[in-house]
Design a binder for this molecule. Structure first.
Ligand SMILES: *[C@@H]1O[C@H](CO)[C@@H](O)[C@H](O)[C@H]1NC(C)=O
Ligand SMILES: *[C@@H]1O[C@H](CO)[C@@H](O)[C@H](O)[C@H]1NC(C)=O
Ligand SMILES: *[C@@H]1O[C@H](CO)[C@@H](O)[C@H](O)[C@H]1NC(C)=O
Length: 349
């Protein structure tokens, strides 16, 4: 499978000479090195060299994989290519969570890709939960400066004891700093990495107006340049110890420099957010009349958003309620019944 994350031909040449280096100078892994199938086993297709994996959603099932270990802090990254054409109702998720181990006090960091009707672009959502703060969703949504179905792009979650950075390619798009006001909502227990594709007909596109239309399936999402760095914690210890000495791994993570918000990175992040952010929980005063104290309200930015938290002049028209409830994004529950004929007609518009 061709690597398409790097556009610079010089770096591409380097790649051929020094394999296994992704855009961030982080060693990439084979699937077997660090991951395992999670659900929809028949819909997980690994490449012959085991360095990329396709997750498929069809009429019968979605699919997903999970890291074999849990990590206390880390860098979680993959090049992802999303399914194209008609993808309403589909969610591809790349996230860290410990919901299976700490049911009531779980932590989570999300990239969620929300499919769309033909001709409308995918949207990306990031979110954070800490210590079971599922009633306080910190969702943000963005459009992308590229077509995520045409090529692979690198999506990364960096999580240290001090800050969290979501990266798209090498651009930081969101930073959450640990602080007094974030408190227990800052993820602090070991998490696993998950990648899934699933049918979210009831909310993903225009608040559930457009369902998954299996006429356009199967839907295939490809993952490559898999990378995982951090303090590995034995998942068989139940609950995994949070007191493990992660000094060495934390130092290794720090040495990558990925947690450092340089002036260049900060500028790039601001530009991205000005251009592409279409929803922020910080401006959603309908859902949260009391602004979160960790929200950095920028008045000039605020004026661009409605009280729903959505951009005032969003061309997309497919924005949807971000929903206050935490959603499970995989479930061994049976897959959906095909959508009703009239909904299909509407969705095909
Ligand atoms: C990449 O990382 C390795 C070790 O982690 C380091 O020795 C090397 O100098 C780095 N290369 C670049 C281009 O930063
Ligand atoms: C996490 O939640 C539990 C139960 O609600 C609480 O006892 C604990 O103090 C919280 N931890 C932090 C770090 O806030
Ligand atoms: C953790 O390990 C480092 C060496 O990697 C050691 O210097 C340090 O004292 C240890 N800390 C604890 C609390 O065990």
């Amino acid at each position: 499978m061709a690597r398409k994350t790097l556009v610079n031909p010089f770096i591409l040449v380097l790649l051929l000479v020094v394999p296994c280096i992704a855009a961030f100078n982080v060693t990439t892994l084979s699937f077997n090195d660090a991951y395992a199938p999670l659900f929809g086993f028949n819909n997980i297709v690994r490449s012959a060299d085991d360095r990329s994996v396709r997750l498929i959603l069809d009429r019968s099932y979605g699919s997903g994989f999970i890291s074999s270990d849990m990590y206390l802090h880390g860098f979680f990254s993959a090049s992802i290519k999303l399914p194209s054409d008609y993808t309403a109702g589909i969610v591809v998720a790349f996230y860290t969570s410990n919901g299976d181990v700490f049911e009531k006090t779980h932590d989570e960091l999300d990239f969620e890709f929300l499919g769309n009707i033909r001709g409308k672009e995918w949207r990306v959502q990031t979110n954070m939960y800490g210590n079971g703060s599922t009633s306080r969703g910190r969702e943000e949504r963005y459009l992308l400066p590229f077509d995520p179905t045409a090529d692979f792009h690198l999506y990364s979650i960096l999580w240290t004891a001090q800050n969290i950075i979501f990266y798209i390619d090498d651009i930081p798009i969101r930073e959450v700093r640990r602080s007094e006001v974030v408190g227990g909502d800052y993820p602090s227990k070991p998490m696993s990495l998950y990648a899934t594709i699933w049918d979210a007909s009831n909310w993903a596109t225009a608040g559930g107006r457009y369902k998954v239309n299996y006429k356009y399936g199967p839907f295939v999402s490809e993952f490559s340049d898999l990378a995982l760095l951090g303090c590995r914690v034995d998942p068989l210890q139940a609950p995994p110890s949070t007191s493990r000495n992660c000094t060495a791994s934390d130092a290794e993570l720090a040495a990558t420099g990925l947690a450092v918000m340089t002036p260049e990175r900060r500028r790039a992040m601001r530009q991205f957010r000005e251009r592409y952010m279409t929803y922020s929980f910080c401006y959603d005063t309908l859902r949260y009349p009391e602004t979160f104290s960790d929200c950095d309200i920028v008045e000039s930015e605020k004026s661009r958003f409605k009280e729903t938290g959505h951009l005032r002049f969003s061309g997309s028209g497919s924005g949807s309620s971000s929903g206050g409830r935490h959603r499970r994004r995989y479930g061994r529950r049976r897959a959906r019944v095909p959508v009703a004929a009239d909904a299909e007609k509407q969705a095909a518009m």
